[in-house]
Write a new protein. Structure first.
Lengths: 138, 150
């Protein structure tokens, strides 16, 4: 498509300029929120698969369920739960940010990313100390 | 092999279907609707299981079966199960479409995702609605306290 190549080149020059234009998802806050949304989403999905299987053990026997759930109460897994909750809380708040961008106004996407980070910090400050006390005092 | 990237917002190489259900649109809507509901359901789940009382240290069969003996938590957990697995499965489908480069690898990966989602939805739903909070012949100290009244 020779007649399109000049046009494509202009478009490419525009999008590879130092300040990305015409997209929310290349560079800076828009891109990093997208990257984190994907990574946390995949992590949560694989935990969900395991979590349904371990909960299904209530149907097998109390001993089987308790044997597996006690693995979640070790210090190492306690730290893993901090990471899991951190991933879930980010995915939740950033998901609400995506909905606000789609249905409300995309021009606030950058400030909303910092709102997400702020709410994440507040939620984790409420969760992490209490959770670590529960993990390490038993 | 050289390949050219189409300019942003150029029309589809293949004409989009004009009739029938637009499944991608409904998938897009589903991610947002289920997402909002899941924020409430999962934050509630995490609060009750990890924040109230002794949190993760208090989790055992007696705690979970005590919860699941209550229809309120049964429906809460089943709603989470269906909404979260379909939301997660559809999200994984998006990643496969983005990153798996051949038709056959996309087919295999999406089949595996579909199988995992269907099997776990069936398993989880059966567990929630068929399990016995007070199984016979089990030591009483492993069971919820209301089992002693039976």
């Amino acid at each position: 498509m020779p007649q399109n190549s000049a046009e494509a080149l202009t478009a490419q020059r525009k999008t590879t300029s130092r300040r990305p234009a015409g997209t929310l998802y290349r560079g800076r806050e828009g891109m990093w929120s997208w990257v984190l949304h994907r990574i946390t989403g995949v992590a949560i999905f694989f935990f969900l698969l395991v979590h349904i299987l371990d909960t299904a053990l209530v149907r097998v026997s109390p001993e089987a369920y308790n044997a597996v759930i006690s693995q979640y109460q070790t210090p190492l897994m306690g730290l893993g739960e901090v990471a899991l909750v951190g991933a879930i809380v980010f995915h939740a708040f950033n998901g609400l940010r995506i909905i606000a961008i789609d249905f409300w106004n995309a021009k606030y996407q950058r400030v909303l990313f910092y709102v997400v980070i702020g709410l994440w910090v507040i939620t984790m400050l409420a969760f992490v100390p209490r959770h670590l006390i529960n993990v390490f005092s038993h | 092999m050289t390949s050219t990237l189409a300019a942003p917002r150029s029309p589809y190489a293949r004409a989009p279907r004009k009739n029938g259900v637009n499944w991608e649109k409904w998938g897009w809507i589903y991610m947002r609707v289920s997402g909002v509901v899941l924020v409430v359901l999962i934050f509630g789940h995490l609060f009750v299981n990890l924040m109230v009382g002794e949190g993760v240290s208090a989790l055992n069969f007696a705690f979970v079966s005590g919860k699941l003996a209550n229809p309120f938590w049964q429906w809460w957990d089943v709603a989470m199960l269906w909404l979260a697995l379909i939301h997660g499965g559809n999200g994984m489908r998006t990643l496969v479409n983005d990153y798996a480069t051949t038709r056959i690898s996309r087919g295999i990966l999406k089949s595996a995702i579909l199988a995992a989602v269907v099997i776990l939805i069936v398993l989880g739903t059966l567990v929630v609605f068929t399990f016995d909070a007070c199984p016979a012949g089990q030591p009483a100290d492993l069971l919820p306290t209301f089992c002693q009244a039976l």
